[in-house]
Design a protein around this ligand. Structure first.
Ligand SMILES: *[C@@H]1O[C@H](CO)[C@@H](O)[C@H](O)[C@H]1NC(C)=O
Ligand SMILES: *[C@@H]1O[C@H](CO)[C@@H](O)[C@H](O)[C@H]1NC(C)=O
Ligand SMILES: *[C@@H]1O[C@H](CO)[C@@H](O)[C@H](O)[C@H]1NC(C)=O
Ligand SMILES: *[C@@H]1O[C@H](CO)[C@@H](O)[C@H](O)[C@H]1NC(C)=O
Ligand SMILES: *[C@@H]1O[C@H](CO)[C@@H](O)[C@H](O)[C@H]1NC(C)=O
Ligand SMILES: *[C@@H]1O[C@H](CO)[C@@H](O)[C@H](O)[C@H]1NC(C)=O
Ligand SMILES: *[C@@H]1O[C@H](CO)[C@@H](O)[C@H](O)[C@H]1NC(C)=O
Ligand SMILES: *[C@@H]1O[C@H](CO)[C@@H](O)[C@H](O)[C@H]1NC(C)=O
Length: 648
């Protein structure tokens, strides 16, 4: 390597480091320390529109931070299909220049989210967040965290009663302070006297009570830090808290919060604001308050605005029964999309124009903790799983609001009016996506969700024919007694693993089995209860597939509507092999869904080919033959059920 160039490069680095150092001489710690970067798992559909909106709103927020002498800004762009809502906030001790620098850093950081429809970057000095729906009034949501710093090597215990008291005081005082920000210090009472530094901040768009709730949560998260850490932070949707043993804000930013701790301090608030700001300032605050109120009241009347997309922290929306009744034209028959295991589904257009699917739960009364159960399901974000957007538990029926899928279910494309319309590429994508969705439910979400009823009518297709699994986790919504009754009676005959259908033994591998059956159906275009080849005797699809596989004739299984030039034989053979692996028993020889995903994405051959010895065809025949006599009861709410268990 050219040593001169190397030297020059080093000089540039040194100069850069010096520049950063000199431009920030007072701060002992950089304000661009990244605390959290998170992206929504849902990608936008129109990248062009999305980036146009995102860049425009980011520019807008940056401009406000740079020119309006403010530390907080929101902007939204709802012009086209990809609406973007942005919030940016700097800690109030940041100068306008540092604030913009921090914003730019956050902007670069958040770009890792690429085409995700939500993202956030939380830094020490600022934060930036965008979503596809409004989140400005969010306060505390699942996902809030306490971030604890290093434990101190000296024996000094910083996080003692003094720091605890300081954080507690801040969490009480800050909501009462105009602008929802406070920085304060306290003398640490130890052998060596030192100072503790702390700040608390809420988004100005939350209510005072919301700010208070949020800071209480942040405070309790920080309390979980060890007593000898030198710094800690609490991060939530609507607020931020931090303490440190070393100064991280200029001394003149800190205030005396004692007046705000007195009971009735709130009633003094008006007087304090008026006294400090007076005349024109007071008028402006009044205007801002009116503006905020206007935004809020407008938002309340249009829940449709806040529909799709979210980063991981978002909860479900609550809809009014009357709004949903109106959206579905009074649950009119022509709006009916289908009859699922848990009740009928209707197409609805909510205010704001978004189209949703509304499911009328046929389960009578709700479980006591219906709302918290709905939250668990609504926090499942995966592009191959149907989003639960919200619910309505106050009305004559329990209603769930779900993502609407333009193309309906896979069943329609395999056996219904659209039969023969799927190419091999599309079928492969559906197989792969379904496997990924199940792997997420089984292994990646924080509770294990076993679907128990994987079948083509539960696999919905979006406009790009990507699959999304429906009806997972609904067993959580059943009242206790009903869950109990249905524990052993679930699934749809033909798709249900024998150990579950016969002995009620439930595990994630129950879904692996059903997945294998569905894959065979996708490849063959035949139902598992069909007899594909009359001349070969009374063989149902699964047995037929095994027989062909044994004789290396399994390409004969392929749907005749598929164009042979359209697929690679080796690829189809491999997928059939994987499907057969999934239908083996006992469960120990069946792959997990994440193993299936690996097998599908790996170009190499399957290592342990499936073996016919691992299938008991008598069990399967009994099941399939029963299926004809039980089809009628399939619309019964108890006939198809999902189950979920705590992750061990
Ligand atoms: C979203 O898009 C990015 C590329 O822009 C891709 O890497 C990522 O896998 C996608 N995520 C999902 C969940 O589809
Ligand atoms: C948006 O901004 C990013 C990064 O600044 C840039 O790479 C991209 O080209 C911009 N896109 C549009 C559509 O303006
Ligand atoms: C911020 O300042 C710009 C001009 O620099 C002005 O047009 C805009 O209305 C201001 N925004 C707010 C929220 O005050
Ligand atoms: C915490 O410890 C790590 C590893 O020892 C170190 O790199 C980091 O700078 C420390 N952080 C602080 C705030 O002292
Ligand atoms: C107090 O400070 C002195 C010197 O600054 C140091 O030697 C001593 O270890 C400190 N004591 C504690 C308990 O940290
Ligand atoms: C917290 O507030 C109480 C009541 O004003 C006060 O007595 C106490 O000293 C404060 N604690 C700290 C650490 O500032
Ligand atoms: C500091 O702690 C000592 C005992 O640990 C106590 O006697 C003293 O009153 C405390 N001082 C303050 C200001 O709280
Ligand atoms: C704090 O001091 C700096 C200069 O040291 C000044 O620029 C800034 O405006 C002051 N902040 C407040 C809140 O007084």
């Amino acid at each position: 390597m050219n040593s001169y160039r190397w030297f020059r490069w080093q000089m540039v680095v040194v100069a850069f480091v010096l520049m950063v150092f000199l431009s920030n001489p007072v701060r002992s710690q950089p304000q661009t320390n990244i605390l959290i970067t998170a992206c929504s798992l849902v990608n936008v559909t129109n990248l062009q529109n999305f980036y146009t909106n995102l860049n425009e709103t980011f520019r807008n927020v940056r401009q406000q931070l740079a020119n309006n002498n403010t530390h907080f800004a929101t902007a939204d762009q709802t012009r086209n299909s990809e609406s973007v809502y942005v919030m940016g906030q700097c800690r109030n001790y940041m100068s306008a220049r540092d604030c913009v620098a921090c914003f730019d850093f956050a902007d670069r950081t958040i770009r890792v989210c690429a085409g995700a429809n939500g993202g956030r970057a939380v830094l020490d000095g600022c934060f930036l967040r965008y979503e596809s729906n409004s989140f400005y009034d969010q306060t505390t949501l699942p996902g809030n965290v306490g971030l604890c710093g290093n434990r101190t090597s000296s024996r000094q215990r910083v996080f003692e009663t003094t720091v605890d008291g300081l954080m507690s005081n801040l969490s009480i005082a800050t909501p009462k302070i105009n602008g929802f920000f406070a920085a304060a210090t306290a003398a640490v009472n130890g052998t060596n006297t030192s100072t503790a530094y702390a700040i608390a901040q809420c988004a100005p768009t939350v209510t005072r009570d919301g700010c208070s709730d949020c800071l209480q949560k942040a405070y309790s998260n920080i309390q979980s830090c060890a007593t000898d850490v030198t710094d800690g932070r609490g991060v939530d949707s609507g607020c931020f808290m931090r303490f440190s043993a070393s100064p991280f804000f200029p001394a003149n930013s800190s205030i005396d919060i004692a007046p705000f701790l007195l009971d009735g301090g709130s009633s003094n608030k008006g007087a304090i604001i008026g006294g400090v700001v007076g005349g024109v300032g007071g008028l402006m605050i009044l205007l801002i308050l009116i503006l905020l109120w206007y935004r809020r009241s407008r938002k309340r009347t249009s829940p449709g605005n806040s529909l799709y997309g979210a980063t991981e922290l978002q909860g479900p929306m609550t809809y009014s029964y009357n709004d949903l009744k109106k959206a579905t034209k009074d649950f009119r028959e022509e709006n009916k999309l289908g009859e699922g295991g848990f009740g009928d589904v209707y197409k609805g257009t909510v205010k704001g124009g978004n189209i949703v699917a509304v499911k009328k739960l046929a389960i009578g009364s709700a479980k006591d903790n219906f709302d918290s159960e709905v939250r668990v399901i609504s926090n499942v974000h995966h592009r191959n799983l149907i989003r639960l957007l919200g619910c309505c538990s106050k009305g004559p029926e329990l209603l769930l609001v779900l993502e609407y899928m333009e193309n309906g279910s896979l069943e329609k494309y395999l056996y219904g009016e659209k039969r023969g319309n799927l190419s091999w590429k599309q079928r492969y994508d559906i197989i792969f996506g379904t496997a990924r969705g199940l792997a997420y439910l089984h292994e990646q979400y924080h509770v294990t969700i076993i679907h128990r009823d994987i079948k083509p009518s539960n696999i919905l297709l979006d406009t790009d024919f990507q699959p999304k699994i429906a009806d997972f986790g609904l067993a959580r919504l059943l009242p206790e007694d009903k869950t109990h009754i249905s524990t052993r009676f679930a699934g749809t005959m033909g798709y249900t693993a024998p150990e579950y259908a016969i002995h009620g033994q439930l595990s994630e591998k129950v879904d692996t089995y059903s997945f294998g059956i569905v894959v065979l159906e996708i490849i063959s275009g035949k139902r598992c209860t069909d007899v594909p080849n009359e001349s070969a005797g009374d063989q149902y699809l699964l047995e037929h597939a095994w027989n062909l596989y044994e004789t290396r004739m399994h390409l004969k299984l392929v749907d005749e509507t598929l164009n042979p030039n359209d697929y690679k034989e080796e690829e189809i053979k491999k997928v059939i092999e994987i499907a057969l692996m999934c239908t083996q028993s006992p469960v120990s020889v069946r792959p997990t869904m994440s193993e299936v995903v690996m097998l599908l994405s790996d170009r190499s051959r399957v290592q342990n080919p499936p073996s016919r010895q691992n299938v008991n065809f008598t069990d399967i025949r009994i099941q399939v033959e029963n299926s004809t006599s039980t089809t009628l009861s399939m619309s019964n709410a108890d006939a198809t059920i999902t189950e979920l268990t705590g992750r061990k």
